[in-house]
Design a protein around this ligand. Structure first.
Ligand SMILES: Nc1nc2c(ncn2[C@@H]2O[C@H](COP(=O)(O)OP(=O)(O)OP(=O)(O)O)[C@@H](O)[C@H]2O)c(=O)[nH]1
Length: 245
């Protein structure tokens, strides 16, 4: 098992130089995770040295989407195929993801920021702090205005909650302001951002949030927190399990 560097976020080859901030992006299927990664690369790759790791169940589709978007040199985008349980690879046995992050750091480092996209999963999938220094959780208005009230560790405890695709709200009869208010009341002061890939103001806020976490990571004041374990659940292929670490 590679050194998870949980308490010493420094680049192994350069003592005293902080290694890249590892930012996880999780959320249910289709809520816009890959689009958020593309947006962050477009906004930040001019000022930060970046790389991306994607997680898909059986394919490298998200990596291919990002490569074809042309937002980063293709070799800086690596795919992890997770098998049946995408959450396992970001929560219980994070070694394939850590290997991918460390390979990218070794090949293209020093890096400032590595984005890790979870496979699309359910509302309870979160990153282990052994993999992600910080994580954002993405829900969208198309999933319905009550999603923010349903809770789950990502909604209540991720470093940033994104209510995405606000441009679709009028078409799905969702009141974005009410959804954001519900989300805020579930999060005990943690930030919530209403976002659309067509909203430059919200995109600028997202980029600023990442810059602020990176600044705290670099000066040692950012403390990775665990939003909490997944709820016990079962899989369509027949096994059930809990994630209590
Ligand atoms: N209208 C609108 N559509 C969006 C927005 N963000 C993403 N989409 C669309 O939503 C669909 C899913 O977006 P992705 O970024 O692939 O979502 P994902 O969460 O990565 O999907 P999985 O990896 O399959 O879980 C695509 O058709 C996107 O173009 C947005 O802000 N507004």
């Amino acid at each position: 098992m590679p050194d998870q560097q949980q308490t010493h976020p420094h680049h192994p080859q350069t003592p005293g130089t902080p290694r890249a901030l590892r930012l996880g992006v999780a959320g249910p299927v289709g809520t816009g995770k890959s689009s958020i990664l593309a947006t962050l690369c477009r906004e930040l790759a001019g000022e930060l040295a970046m790389a991306v790791v994607t997680n898909d169940i059986y394919t490298d589709e998200d990596a291919r989407f990002l490569r074809s978007a042309g937002v980063l040199p293709t070799e800086r985008i690596k795919a992890v195929e997770t098998g049946a349980c995408p959450h396992t690879a970001i929560r219980d046995d994070v070694s394939a993801n850590l290997d991918a992050v460390e390979d990218l750091e070794e090949a293209y480092g020093p890096l400032d920021l590595v984005l890790v996209e979870s496979g699309g999963d359910n509302l309870t999938a979160t990153f282990s702090p052994a993999l992600a220094d910080a994580q954002l959780f993405c829900i969208d208005v198309a999933g319905g205005g009550d999603v923010a009230r349903k809770g789950g560790p990502g909604i209540t405890g991720a470093d940033l909650l994104i209510v995405n695709k606000t441009d679709l709200a009028p078409y799905v009869d969702v009141d974005v302001a009410a959804m954001v208010t519900d989300a805020r009341s579930a999060r005990n002061g943690l930030p919530v951002l209403a976002l659309s890939k067509n909203d430059p103001g919200a995109i600028a806020e997202l980029a600023d949030w990442v810059r602020s976490v990176l600044a705290r990571h670099r000066d040692g004041t950012h403390i990775p927190t665990d939003p909490g374990p997944m709820a016990p659940h079962s899989h369509s292929h027949g096994h059930s399990h809990s994630h209590d670490s």
